[in-house]
Design a binder for this molecule. Structure first.
Ligand code: 3H9
Length: 695
């Protein structure tokens, strides 16, 4: 087999080129090839050595697919020590993204140059890890401890220019990187530059108190994630241990993380996210339709947010409203959101103005007739949506993609309002749409393959994470939310309080508790939906009676200053409401429920296993393509803690037999809503897990 590492001497410089597409990950073959080339270069006529990469990027890190498998030699930390020990000068030449083990490789070289467009960073924390091949010991020696900690704790890469300022690279060079690198190495030799080993640099000393402050700050940001605190422990070794002792500590802590459940969960998410973008059965070469302009029908909160997502990615957008007044209101929300982005430092003033400049308004359908994609984002009224689609059908050019942002409605029924159902699909954004990353792409019965291919690819362009869903009430995410909210409400009536239910879930890792989420979404939304249904179709009255009583008493949620909690008019700070607790207790009595103590463990199990049981049905019905897709929906759309891997991965991690046993117990205690999903029973009976399952 050809080695992914090539070695040749160019102008008396040994040039090592790594060519391991797509991202030059440090697989065992790359490590072996790199070691062989380094050793060859020690003994030949070369005067210095350059390490660079072919393709679109420098090494993007260790090969994540090897994690969790038996390690193969040479181990990266040992290989990097060997590179650093080289008697000849070694120069790393960076382009694209030098990440994780890739950046560590560069730090083990004696000098680093980069293209201006290159970026470097340590994203390991996003995989539940920290740099484990010397990064925690080498970067602080170059950039200082505080900058290194920040880079490793957050995980976002920085541009070459910033890395230069931090001292992590030495020079930014012109576009022809190979030529520049050889010239740079030759100049170092000619100037008599020393072999400059990062390990030998002095590291600044920081008092213990400074580490205490960093620890407190990281603990606050990390919210349950173990890796950032362990990273800090390894970094602290810079000041109280030798370099080699620091490496040893780093390796021990790294291995603990690597074999732990958090990193396993986050690695699952890394691959699940990339998998989710792929549509099973869709030919890879399906030609997408060209999308150069976007129309949005409805300038409310959702429509405005969707418009911003496209405008921010460079698309011209036409926002359509029913009349001038509504249009003005909609555009004013967009203005406010952009002003907010500037204040929060997310966009520069110029950038915000440029993005805002791409959004135009209209009240005339003729102005969206030529758009390549039109997204309907009006409120959830099925007949209004059908009316709009009939109008779009009559107005829009042939081949335009017509999408609905509905959260619940039947996409097939909406498509049937047009004479071109093959051009119709759902694009379900999450609020606030310019911030939330999830996009449920809903495939109708007749949606054409090229429409799907176009929208899945387009999602990436507007920086969303797409997940394909089939048509059902609520699609993947909101359908699962039904049983989750049901259990939250039942826990309230059976003996808990809004604060206790929320605390149980946030302590477990959810970004927000379910009761606070309900208040944020508005209690009137569910109320109206229930009112539209005959009483026998509204579900268990114990799961909505309190909410109904609250709405009828004017508690609509955050927007009315009171829901399950009270909200301060200025700060929106919430406080428990004794009146609400009295209503809960009164309604429990009226419903004949004997209240009892409910502990956090029961709350968590009931809410999370309600998600899991519904998720199993969604997988079995083929509404989701894979269990991992559900995990992506919950992590990017519903504040599920990524380090728990999403509800389906979590179920596998706990053990499906344990989950089933608990669900059976709930079935017995609480009734038919808890009937175990057939797929769960099947998997447990067969001794299988969800890993690798696809419908
Ligand atoms: C580490 O380095 C630990 C060390 O400190 C210590 C070790 C001892 N491995 O994202 P894309 C695949 S931890 C294996 O769509 P983009 C990816 O699955 C690592 N595979 O491209 C996908 O496969 P497919 C620290 C990898 O252009 C394909 O490449 N590094 C790896 O949008 C294309 O990926 C990281 O965490 C990998 N390391 O973005 C960096 N990376 O086509 C992780 C990618 O079959 N990677 N693949 O679906 C990234 O952030 C992005 O991939 C990158 C390119 C920004 C590089």
């Amino acid at each position: 087999m050809n080695s992914p590492v090539n070695y040749e001497i160019v102008d008396s410089v040994g040039v090592i080129t790594i060519d391991n597409p797509p991202v030059n990950a440090l697989s065992a073959a790359v490590r072996q090839g790199l070691q062989k080339a380094m050793r060859a270069a020690q003994d030949d006529a070369s005067q210095a050595i350059v390490i660079l990469c072919a393709g679109r990027t420098f090494i993007a890190g260790a090969d994540i697919t090897e994690f969790g498998k038996p390690p193969m030699e040479p181990h990266l930390p040992d290989l990097l020590n060997e590179i650093e020990a080289s008697a000849k000068i070694v120069v790393a030449a960076l382009h694209g993204t030098a990440l994780g083990g890739g950046f560590e490789t560069a730090l083990a070289c004696h000098y680093r140059i980069a293209l201006d467009s290159a970026r470097v960073g340590f994203p390991e924390v996003k995989l539940g890890l920290f740099p484990g091949a010397g990064g925690t010991q080498r970067l602080p020696r170059l950039s200082g401890i505080a900058a290194a900690v920040e880079l490793m704790a957050v995980g976002n890469p920085i541009p070459a220019q910033k890395a230069l300022e931090l001292g992590a690279i030495d020079e930014i060079v012109g576009e022809d990187l190979g030529v520049e690198a050889v010239a740079y190495a030759r100049k170092l030799v000619a100037d008599g530059a020393p072999v400059r080993r990062t390990r030998d640099l002095t590291v600044e000393s920081l008092p213990g108190a400074a580490f205490d402050a960093l620890r407190a700050q990281i603990a606050k940001q990390a919210r349950g994630l173990e890796a950032p605190l362990k990273m800090l422990e390894a970094v602290q070794a810079n000041v109280d241990r030798s370099f080699d002792e620091g490496l040893e500590l780093e390796r021990r802590l790294f291995t603990e993380l690597m074999t732990g459940s958090q990193s396993k969960a986050l690695r699952h998410i890394f691959f699940a996210e990339r998998e989710a973008a792929k549509v099973i059965g869709l030919a890879k070469d399906t030609p997408p339709r060209e999308i150069n302009s976007v129309g949005i029908i409805g300038g409310g909160t959702m429509g405005g947010g969707i418009a911003m997502s496209f405008a921010n990615a460079g698309f011209p957008v036409t926002l359509l409203e029913i009349n001038d007044e509504a249009l003005e209101r909609g555009l004013a929300i967009v203005d406010r959101n952009y002003a907010g982005s500037v204040t929060r430092g997310k966009l520069s003033e110029d950038n915000a103005a440029a993005c805002r400049g791409r959004i135009g308004g209209t009240t005339d359908y003729a102005d969206v007739a030529d758009c390549d994609l039109v997204i309907e984002a009006v409120f959830e009224d099925p007949s209004l949506k059908k009316e709009i689609f009939a109008t779009l059908d009559a107005t829009c050019k042939p081949g335009a993609i017509l999408a609905t942002n509905t959260s619940y409605q039947d996409v097939d029924a909406i498509a049937a309002a047009t004479g071109r159902p093959e051009d119709v699909l759902g694009m379900h954004f999450f609020s606030p749409a310019h911030i939330m990353k999830l996009l449920e792409v809903v495939r109708g019965d007749k949606t054409a393959d090229d429409v799907l291919a176009t929208v899945m690819a387009l999602a990436k362009k507007i920086r969303k994470v797409p997940v394909l869903s089939g048509v059902c009430y609520g699609f993947i995410g909101n359908r699962m939310l039904g049983p989750y909210f049901r259990e939250a409400q039942l826990c309230l009536v059976e003996g808990s309080t809004p604060e206790a239910v929320d605390a149980a879930m946030t302590d477990w890792g959810m970004a927000m508790g379910p009761i606070s989420v309900a208040d944020l979404a508005g209690l009137d939304v569910g109320y109206k939906a229930r009112q539209a249904l005959p009483e026998d179709q509204r579900g268990d009255p114990r799961s909505y009676r309190v909410a109904d009583v609250l709405v009828e008493a004017g508690h609509l949620g955050q927007k009315s200053g009171a829901g399950f909690y009270r909200y301060d008019a200025d700060t929106r700070a919430k406080t428990p409401d004794p009146e609400v607790q009295a209503i809960i207790e009164r309604e429990a009595k009226a419903l004949g429920v004997m209240r009892r103590d409910i502990d956090a463990e029961e709350i968590v199990d009931r809410l999370i296993y309600a998600l899991v049981n519904e998720g199993m049905k969604i997988v079995e019905e083929g509404i989701a393509q894979r269990p991992g897709d559900i995990d992506i929906v919950y992590i990017y759309g519903y504040g599920f803690p990524a380090w728990r891997g999403g509800p389906m991965h979590y179920a596998d991690d706990v053990g499906l037999d344990t989950v089933l046993a608990r669900i059976r117990e709930f079935h017995e205690r609480f009734g038919d809503a808890w009937r175990p999903a057939p797929l769960l029973e099947k998997l447990v009976a067969a001794g299988e897990t969800l890993t690798g399952y696809s419908s």
